[in-house]
Design a protein around this ligand. Structure first.
Ligand code: HEM
Length: 463
């Protein structure tokens, strides 16, 4: 007993000694046992794997997108804490406190700009991360549940963006969030209740601001951190990232592994520093907007949702609100959740675009989606909405049921074409549908942001 105590003690002393004496630069010169011990005793590195698969190291697999997202979430939390020292979450004082922040507080404008640009970049980076994960088949078992955690993370980031958008309480924020919260009212059954909880019945007042503030600064960041931890743990549980392979190559079950330090850590640090430097530069040269103080009696024309919700706003111009706000997002959500659980004939894990011909199919699907959605937007805006014959038809049939049927028919035709002409597999068809959905969302967003003028009429931009 005494002997084991002594050996434990000397073991733990050795532990501390090694923890102190190894630097990340001399790490690879140490024995494997010493390296492992060092990782275990270092708080931050404790979360990282000791060995990583060699073939997952090239930047062209992950493009560093997940790491960039994590960096930006941390930046958001750090800058958010600083902003919280100055911001006052009441309708009367919020605007003034932001003005004071950017004009009187040293580096206040820079901190606000970093928070603003990082939030916007995060949406783009996350969309690209999701695309990369999807296009390398990284949603197949054993990573299927991590895809779902990823979706929850994405939803949280969108909620963080929306709840933060209102806080400066300027005209831009007030009316953009009014557009979004009025959309919520169209959720069948619960829409009215949610609106009441948000206090939208009497405009966006103290109740809404305080609710958004609490969500933005407490609940959402906590959930994000916990879920991110879960996300990273699941990556380790799955044995690391997917190994890229050619379609004819089998999955390598014993890939060669190398120590995480310095092979991966150096790349991660370089990516995080490069991203932070870019965000700093953007934040030095481009200021986050602050319009006139919110005026509930005077809406700007047009009232535009923030760009990441502009696709939904554009959809609302064409499709009945019940379909645009509840049926379409529910269908999209169901599709996204079901992606990893569909019965595929084989796993495409690690194969870019699922097969050798997947790239061509995806490009063709993208072009088809851009063409068809642009034509439909123009037909609806310029012909159907302005034609007198369409005025007699019930709006729910004209703008709800008929467009939904049209979309279902178009999707079925595309699936049929893929099956008959390309002999496409289930993996390839799911891939085409996923890519087409994202493309249509991008087209809707671009049209709403650049091609809509006063009263949301179609315009030519830059004229
Ligand atoms: C705040 C949000 C997120 C953060 C911080 C994050 C972070 C990461 C990181 C660091 C990785 C490892 C390597 C890389 O791809 O860069 C990763 C992998 C992964 N992520 Fe995310 N992610 C987020 C959101 C998402 C979303 C929205 C999805 C999909 C819906 C997703 C699904 C996955 C999957 C399945 C993997 C494993 C990929 C593989 O094994 O190759 N993540 N994530």
């Amino acid at each position: 007993m005494a002997k084991s105590k002594t050996s434990n003690k000397s073991g733990s002393n050795r532990h501390k000694e090694i923890g102190r004496s190894i630097s990340p630069f001399s790490f690879h010169l140490r024995s494997e046992a010493e390296q492992k011990r060092f990782l275990r005793t270092n708080l931050l590195l404790h979360f990282r794997p000791f060995l990583v698969k060699e073939k997952t190291l090239p930047f062209t697999l992950s493009w560093g997108l997940g790491g960039m997202a994590a960096t930006m979430v941390l930046l958001q939390i750090a800058t958010g804490i600083l902003l919280k020292f100055v911001f006052v979450p009441t309708p009367i004082e919020a605007y003034g406190s932001v003005q004071a922040l950017i004009s009187q507080v040293p580096f206040g404008r820079l901190v606000r700009n970093i928070h603003h640009w990082s939030a916007n970049f995060l949406v783009v980076v996350l969309t690209l991360h999701m695309l990369r994960v999807f296009l390398t088949g990284a949603f197949h078992p054993p990573r299927q549940f991590n895809w779902i955690i990823g979706l929850a993370l994405f939803t949280l980031v969108m909620a963080a963006n929306l709840s933060g958008y209102l806080l400066p309480y300027d005209q831009l924020a007030y009316w953009a969030v009014t557009v979004i919260t009025s959309m919520v009212g169209y959720f069948p059954g619960v829409g009215g209740l949610i609106q009441q909880a948000l206090g939208n019945g009497d405009g966006l007042g103290p109740q809404t601001l305080s609710f958004f503030f609490s969500m933005h600064t407490a609940l959402i960041p906590c959930l994000l951190v916990v879920l991110m931890g879960f996300h990273f743990w699941r990556i380790r549980k799955a044995g690391g990232l997917v190994v890229p392979r050619k379609p004819e190559e089998p999955i390598d079950v014993t890939p060669s592994r190398v120590p995480m330090i310095p092979n991966l850590l150096v790349k991660e640090i370089a990516t995080a520093l490069g991203l932070t430097a870019t965000l700093m530069l953007v934040s030095i040269y481009f200021n986050a907007e602050l319009a006139a103080p919110a005026n509930p009696g005077l809406s700007p024309n047009p009232v535009r949702a923030p760009w990441y919700f502009a696709g939904l706003q554009e959809l609302l111009l064409h499709i009945h609100p019940v379909v645009a706000v509840s049926v379409a997002p529910l269908m999209a959500g169901f599709f996204l959740i079901s992606i990893p659980y569909l019965p595929y004939p084989h796993s495409t894990e690690g194969i870019w675009f699922a097969s050798a011909r997947g790239g061509i199919q995806s490009a063709t699907s993208t072009i088809a989606a851009i063409t068809v959605s642009s034509i439909l937007i123009m037909i609806d805006s310029l012909i159907i909405k302005t034609a007198s014959w369409s005025a007699g038809i019930s709006p729910f049939i004209r703008d709800g049921i008929l467009p939904l049927l049209l979309v279902i028919i178009l999707v079925l035709v595309w699936v049929w074409v893929m099956r008959k002409r390309w002999r496409a597999t289930k993996n390839e068809i799911t891939q085409a549908l996923f890519i087409m959905s994202i493309t249509v969302l991008v087209v809707l967003t671009v049209v709403c942001v650049f091609f809509r003028g006063a009263s949301m009429k179609l315009i030519w931009p830059f004229i």
